[in-house]
Design a protein around this ligand. Structure first.
Ligand SMILES: NC(=O)c1ccc[n+]([C@@H]2O[C@H](COP(=O)([O-])OP(=O)(O)OC[C@H]3O[C@@H](n4cnc5c(N)ncnc54)[C@H](O)[C@@H]3O)[C@@H](O)[C@H]2O)c1
Length: 460
């Protein structure tokens, strides 16, 4: 058994815990890195080459370290006892019951983890919040951890994760910054140095920033709120562009070249999705309300409202364009993941679009290169005669009245749209919810094309 310089544990082998720990293990062979989860199926998948999540480049990283210094398991208590540093990366979904339902985070997994750590520990530990948590959660965690009667000290740090799904490996290998929040006490500073030292194995020192614990927690919520706000801002402008002769892509290019604004996250679409943006903004809103900051709460809530509006508007445009009825029309949804290069469909706008079309009695055909299994689960309650799942986009479009592009998969750019057009019903529609395709070229083939935030190109 090799001697490792440090024993690192991560509780929660999900979209964050799995990739983060795999990159740490690959970059730091001197550490033993263990990832545990209560879900045995997930753990088995991490132990195989059929990983439980899809991320470009992840399998290579896992293969490099797995069995050498990267281990996946289900024995949470034994792993806690062995570890010096414990990252906690369990899910923190929005509460669906009781006080704060629909807004506050559900911290039951978080608290259970804290109690498991107390029960299983026999020595001092550093506990690092990796999950995104409401401000001052570390305080609650410390109270539970340090109420133990064993005389063990737990130092709690906040190290929020800024990776984006679809680019997780790249984001982890070359992060814009790593943030470590700690208490301003000698114990806090010592624990902070341990975590900084882990990242310093491959991240330049000037990109590793430190702060107090509360700033670190709030920075993660604020970062997601600002990113989502940019999408809602440009989406609000897209609605105005459609009413005028402005083109949202031209507007976005013009404003993005202003260095103070910058070009990224200014792409108009059917709306943002993913497990984090909505839940984290709701967290922010809930905290603001708790502190009596009503105006601030309403300000951030409007980012979510515009997102809901954008999804609704997209389906209204579809229905209206197709002569105010989609009943019994076959509509092919190209893409179901909330963005390209992931199989994740949590909060994907495709879910809302599919459901609204089905309410309008359309027959929806879902195709996606990676996310069909998740799509099936998301729409499990839909009557079988209203929904079809199809891997091949050509087959999905066959006999359809319309295609809606809902995920910006690169593969959809290069399909043979003439062949697709020939196999579809007339008149034939494309609703491009990602402004992915060349609208003029599709129009020349014969499609009626409805991009976001631009004039429609019609044949009638
Ligand atoms: N997904 C992202 O892009 C992203 C990015 C940054 C931060 N985050 C945050 O990271 C956290 C985790 O997100 P995720 O997307 O990885 O979630 P996830 O649902 O993919 O993974 C969470 C894992 O934790 C496990 N788990 C739950 N309770 C447990 C317990 N008591 N013991 C052991 N395992 C337990 C679950 O089985 C699951 O596998 C969230 O707070 C999220 O907001 C997510």
């Amino acid at each position: 058994m090799p001697q490792f310089a440090r024993r690192i544990l991560c509780i929660g082998a999900g979209h964050v815990g799995g990739p983060t720990m795999s990159v740490i293990a690959a970059r730091c062979p001197q550490y033993e890195v263990t990832v545990v989860d209560v879900n045995p199926e997930r753990v088995r998948a991490w132990q195989s080459d059929d990983l439980p999540i899809y991320e470009p480049g992840l399998l290579e990283v896992v293969r490099e370290a797995r069995g050498r210094n990267l281990f996946f398991g289900t024995d949470v208590a034994a792993a806690i006892d062995r570890a010096d540093v414990i990252f906690v990366s369990v899910n923190t979904p929005t509460k669906t019951f009781g006080e704060g339902a629909g807004k506050a985070p559900d911290l039951q997994y978080w608290e259970k983890t804290a109690r498991t750590i107390v029960d299983a520990s026999r020595a001092n530990k550093i506990v690092v919040e990796k999950s995104t948590l409401p401000v001052r959660t570390a305080h609650a965690m410390e109270r539970i951890l340090n109420s133990n009667r064993k005389g063990i000290h737990f130092e709690v740090l906040s190290n929020p994760e800024f990776l984006a799904e679809g680019t997780a490996v790249r984001d982890l290998e070359a992060p814009d910054r790593v943030l470590v929040g700690s208490h301003e006490t000698p114990e806090g500073a010592a624990a902070r140095d341990v975590v900084v030292e882990i990242y310093a194995n491959w991240v330049p020192r000037d990109r590793i920033i430190t702060s107090n614990v509360w700033s670190a927690e709030l920075s993660k919520l604020a970062a997601n709120a600002f990113l989502a706000q940019r999408i809602s801002s440009i989406n609000s402008i897209s609605a105005l562009c459609e009413k005028t002769t402005a083109d949202v892509a031209e507007v976005s290019r013009a404003i993005g070249m202003d260095e103070r604004i910058g070009p990224r996250f200014l792409h108009s679409s059917v709306g943002f999705g993913g497990s984090c943006f909505k839940k984290d903004i709701l967290n922010l809103v809930y905290i603001c309300e708790n502190y009596g900051l009503e105006e601030v709460a309403r300000y951030w809530e409007s980012v979510i409202r515009i997102n809901e509006y954008q999804k609704r508007r997209f389906v209204q445009t579809m229905t209206h364009a197709m002569f105010d009825t989609v009943a019994d029309k076959r509509i092919a949804l190209f893409g179901f993941a909330f963005k390209k290069d992931t199989a994740d469909t949590r909060e994907s706008p495709a879910i809302a679009v599919a459901r609204k079309l089905i309410e309008e009695r359309a027959v929806v055909v879902v195709t996606d290169p990676k996310a069909l299994a998740n799509a099936r689960a998301d729409l499990a309650d839909v009557p079988a005669d209203r929904i079809v799942f199809e891997e091949d986009p050509y087959v999905a479009a066959r006999g359809a009245h319309a295609i809606a592009i809902l995920t910006e998969w690169d593969a959809y750019r290069t399909l043979d749209y003439r062949a697709i057009f020939d196999s579809m019903e007339r008149p034939t529609f494309v609703f491009d919810g990602r402004n992915l395709l060349d609208a003029k070229a599709l129009h020349a083939i014969g499609f009626n094309v409805f991009p976001i935030g631009k004039a429609a190109l019609k044949h009638f």
